[in-house]
Design a protein around this ligand. Structure first.
Ligand code: F6R
Length: 608
């Protein structure tokens, strides 16, 4: 992952680089660093841990220079130490890198055999030394990069500065995104337009294999075969947002509470409430009628949204769905047929595995659609059809509002597909649309359960293991609940289909293992209650999350019960996501973890 930035400026750049890195911290926060050219000499400042550490260091020992590069790291090769922090340098050059150089061991061996002294465990440092070796052989910076790039295997975005070259910044993109920002007598490089938004809104996205040579007044882009190419300069929509938590203690809390509003925005894009219909004509039309199969792929929370959608598409549109996590899908060599369409789901729109799956489907000649939250992302740009979620920027690493907005889009799509395929009548569609229109209000009411859910956090925080169970659309939600809890509280948690318990996981049940059962009063409610009885019979502590009808009908003993407002079965997964998110959040707060930036994670996963 990692975020990179480069600036050829008119004023000292160190603090500007840090400012851009703040906007890129979602890509990783294991270490950060900057390098500048001070009177032509390369100077670096690097620090392990959060960006704050780098800022403190720069305040104590500022570095000068009008040209520089910066990096925020999510460690792949080598621990999160200062020695492994970027920028990496070798005589004459400094580089920042996002991605993985897969053949770095071979290159490292070659460089060491030639006498190079490497001082980190990273894959990136070899790039600095390769370029440096070419400079020492007399190559210009531009030629040194041109010779080096074809030797690198893997995925990368790179930015270089060179000793004695205060008006030169070189970037390259293969696999990882890189944008050029155009200023007035200034030039910028960044992993995304958001990082560059305080400086400029005039952006070009480099394409696969492109590399770019920038001076303050020129921009030359070359493709992978070194032929000069033009890439359009667009006016970026990424606004220079002030990112703040409002009155909330964490971004995650703020984002949980934004859900009624952002789900409302998202639904208003896909529902026509005057006609009680779905509407997908606003720039994006889609025809599900001729399809034999829908292929869905995504990662993490977005994958769980896709899994809920599988139930919806199969039930309401009778459309068979194959779904896989993208890291498996991309190498599975799934046979693709003419009647298939593929749908990829991603908050960031940059997830490497999801993007690779999308490219595989495109190469097989089928139409690919994407549900994304970042409209300028690579996935949004490469998909044939884009269905945006209007969740606004999600800062907390644990996805909350993006998930429920994804569900809102997918539910609307499923109704649309049902109508187009003749399995949902106009009246049935109107009833489903009406229930979707209720979601923002019901989600708002679900938020009032917060104090009750918070009271569960203390006992839950003492657990070593927690199981989440659900059936039907509550099964993906059980997995999402377990993911949310483990990623921010570090408590081990697993989600299972409730009926699968007796095939193994029931062996884990004892009085120390809380079992969170997600069970709206739906067509499988009775079955889930039987599974709860099996847990209770073995001394397990059941926390039941249900609705009013479910609470009234449940005969099984529970340790605690959380009662969500009654909702139509169709929209239950969206509404039930709220207590699940709140439970994970308050448990993590109680345990004192870093809720918004949990250890080892990053918001945007651009490595495979
Ligand atoms: C978990 C979480 C991750 C992401 C996953 C995919 O809370 O946020 O599991 O859902 O990394 O990311 P996107 O949606 O950006 O493709």
């Amino acid at each position: 992952m990692c975020g990179i930035v480069g600036i050829l400026g008119k004023q000292p750049v160190a603090s500007l680089l840090v400012d851009a890195l703040k906007r890129l911290e979602y890509r990783g926060y294991d270490s950060a660093g900057v390098a500048t050219l001070d009177a032509g000499q390369l100077v670096r400042c690097r620090a392990p841990g959060k960006l704050r550490n780098l800022q403190d260091k720069l305040e104590r020992a500022p570095i000068a220079g009008l040209a520089g590069i910066g990096h925020t790291r999510w460690a792949t090769h080598g621990a999160a130490t200062e020695a492994n922090a970027h920028p990496h340098s070798a005589p004459g050059v400094a580089v920042v890198h996002n991605g993985i150089i897969e053949n770095y061991l071979e290159l490292r061996g070659e460089l060491q055999a030639g006498g190079a002294k490497l001082s980190s465990d990273t894959d990136t440092e070899v790039v600095a030394h390769m370029v440096s070796r070419e400079l020492a052989r007399g190559a210009s910076p531009r030629d040194a990069v041109a010779v080096t790039l074809p030797r690198l295997k893997g995925a990368f975005a790179l930015a270089f500065i060179f000793e004695g070259q205060e008006d030169l910044l070189i970037g390259a993109r293969r696999g990882s995104p890189l944008a050029v920002g155009y200023g007035e007598g200034e030039m910028f490089l960044g992993s995304d337009a958001i990082a560059l938004s305080p400086f400029t809104d005039r952006i070009s996205y480099l394409e696969e294999g492109d590399w770019v040579v920038l001076t303050r007044n020129s921009c030359e882009i070359m493709d992978a075969s070194n032929a000069p190419v033009e890439r359009p300069v667009i006016s970026s929509q990424a606004v220079s947002l002030t990112i703040d938590k409002g009155n909330y203690r964490h971004f995650m809390a703020k984002e949980i509470h934004e859900q009624p509003e952002v789900i409302g925005h998202t639904l208003s894009r896909y529902l026509d409430l005057s006609k009680m219909q779905t509407t997908f004509t606003n720039g994006t039309s889609i025809d599900f009628a001729p399809l034999d199969r829908l292929i869905i792929s995504a990662c993490g929370t977005a994958y769980y949204a896709g899994l809920v959608a599988k139930y919806w598409f199969e039930r309401y549109a009778r459309l068979p769905v194959d779904i896989d996590v993208a890291s498996e899908f991309r190498y599975r060599e799934m046979p693709i047929r003419k009647g298939d369409m593929a749908l990829f789901i991603s908050q960031s729109g940059e997830t490497a595995d999801t993007l690779a799956g999308l490219r595989y489907c495109k190469s097989q000649g089928i139409k690919v659609a994407a549900v994304v939250n970042v409209p300028e992302s690579t996935i949004a740009r490469e998909a044939d059809l884009v269905f945006p979620t209007i969740a606004g920027r999600e800062i907390g690493v644990a996805s909350t509002k993006a998930f429920t907005c994804q569900l809102a889009v997918l539910a609307s799509l499923a109704v649309h597909a049902g109508v187009q395929r003749g399995h949902v009548s106009a009246d049935e569609a109107a009833a489903l649309v009406r229930s979707l229109a209720e979601v923002p209000g019901t989600v708002n009411r679900a938020l009032s359960l917060e104090a009750e859910v918070e009271a569960l956090a203390q006992p839950l925080s003492r657990a070593r293991d927690v199981l989440y169970l659900g059936r039907g659309t509550s099964f993906p939600l059980a997995m999402e609940g377990a993911l949310k809890l483990k990623e921010i509280s570090y408590i081990h948690a697993e989600g299972y289909p409730a009926g699968e318990l007796k095939h193994g996981p029931i062996a884990l049940i004892d009085e120390d293992v809380p079992v969170i059962v997600i069970a709206p009063f739906d067509q499988v409610f009775e079955k889930t209650v039987s599974n709860m009885e099996e847990v209770a019979a073995r001394g397990g502590k059941v926390v039941l999350i249900t609705d009013e009808k479910g609470a009234a009908a449940c005969g099984a003993p529970t340790w605690r019960t959380v009662v969500v407002p009654d909702v139509p079965e169709f929209i239950a997964p969206i509404v039930f996501a709220l207590p699940v998110q709140l439970l994970a959040y308050h448990t993590a707060v109680f345990m004192g973890t870093d809720v918004d930036q949990p250890r080892n994670l990053a918001k945007s996963v651009t490595v495979e």
